[in-house]
Ligand binder design. Structure first.
Ligand code: SF4
Ligand code: SF4
Length: 365
């Protein structure tokens, strides 16, 4: 088997490589997740993607839904398309939308083909039925495959039971699923099934949306899991360096990294929001995921980030949450949002008010 790409064989950093399931080529086990570059100015985004390529990364993940991400990845990799392995996705439930999304993805990137197409976020049997049954989305994608416009076809999902059912159909060559040292619901069944069926396993959210305290420990933990490919989102050149250093460094966790993992497991279990956004929108316009992850965010990013506007956002949740439970029904992690949204907003707003009050008193002195 050859590395997707070629002669660069893992690139200058000698990243570990592994097969993309039983149907794919060898790829670098450290890939690039295309969500965070949406927030950057275009030149910076292109520079980050290019840096990944120069560092040896050959696996790139994007999606129709990631706004400008496809275009930026296309620009960064235009001259090296044959050396990289590129994945895109669409959440379409009908053929016309699927066709529009897929054609748009090709046009945005400027590529003639994708190496992998994933049906995006398949978390219900209705969606699976649309793919394999009535709407026969798979039939349309198979024709793209025959025409050489896509290599392999798979799914992404946030629900282990649905992902397992998808893999059992034998129709999918790849599965992308949240996987990190805190979110390991793929371990008992999904990952073993992926291994058994030769389905490529892509670990999305390898750093739990930035919530894990040690990115290095997170990457090393994933590299220690056989057959797992990791696609962390990266948005700075430094993050690329750190991820590559973690993937190419001494395997095995240091005592400090073990301690960081143990601490995160202790502090972030239970009501930990993964920021997937599936709870949105709230009928009252509450920024649910921002509210429920606010304390963790401020603890990590610094409480100076909580300004008047931030306090207003929390107060809007306190005043308007009807505790209707709509968001709770949509949360794939079963967080008790009917209670949690309001309770978190009350607790964090109190701390922010105290801090802003102190600041004003200091200024008045
Ligand atoms: S509250 Fe649940 S659904 Fe909403 S972002 Fe967090 S984990 Fe996702
Ligand atoms: S429980 Fe509160 S935050 Fe959730 S959808 Fe209802 S009003 Fe919005």
């Amino acid at each position: 088997m050859t590395l997707a790409g070629d002669s660069t064989a893992g690139g200058p950093a000698r990243l570990p490589v592994g097969p993309f399931g039983k149907h794919g080529p060898l790829v670098t086990r450290l890939g690039f997740g295309g969500i965070p570059i949406q927030q950057l100015p275009e030149a910076d985004a292109v520079a980050v993607v290019r840096k990944c390529y120069n560092a040896g990364i050959r696996l790139f993940d994007t999606a129709y839904g990631y706004t400008n991400s496809e275009e930026r990845i296309g620009k960064a990799l235009a001259g090296v398309r044959d050396e990289v392995f590129v994945i895109t996705k669409s959440p379409a439930r009908d053929r016309e939308t699927l066709r529009t999304h897929f054609e748009t993805s090709l046009r945005r990137t400027g590529f003639e083909r994708f190496d992998v197409f994933l049906f995006h976020n398949v978390v219900s049997h209705d969606h699976l039925s649309a793919i394999l049954g009535g709407a026969d989305l798979m039939g349309w994608m198979r024709r793209q495959q025959e025409a050489g416009r896509v290599g392999l076809i798979g799914i992404s999902s946030h629900r282990a039971e649905t992902a397992v059912d998808c893999l059992k159909t034998g129709e999918f060559a790849a599965v992308e699923f949240p996987f990190n040292y805190l979110e390991d619901q793929a371990l008992p069944e999904l990952l073993p099934l992926a291994r058994e069926t030769g389905t490529a396993f892509l670990a999305m959210k390898p750093m739990a949306g930035g919530a894990l305290s040690s990115g290095r420990a997170a990457i090393k933990w994933l590299m220690a899991q056989p057959d797992v490919l990791a696609i962390p989102g990266m948005m700075t050149l430094q993050q690329v360096d750190e991820a590559v250093a973690a993937a190419t460094g001494e395997p095995g966790l240091t005592p400090d990294e073990e301690a960081a993992i143990a601490r995160d497991r202790r502090e972030l279990s239970g009501t930990f929001c993964r920021r997937c956004g599936y709870c949105l929108p709230c009928p009252q316009g509450i920024e649910i995921n921002t509210v429920v992850s606010s304390e963790l965010f401020l603890n990590r990013a610094g409480w100076q980030r909580a300004n008047e506007a931030y306090l207003k956002m929390l107060e809007h949740a306190i005043d308007n949450c009807q505790q209707c439970g709509e968001c709770e029904a949509r949360c794939p992690y079963y967080l008790p949002l009917s209670e949690l949204v309001k309770a978190t907003a009350v607790r964090v707003a109190e701390k922010v008010r105290a801090r802003l009050g102190r600041q004003q008193a200091d200024m008045g002195r």
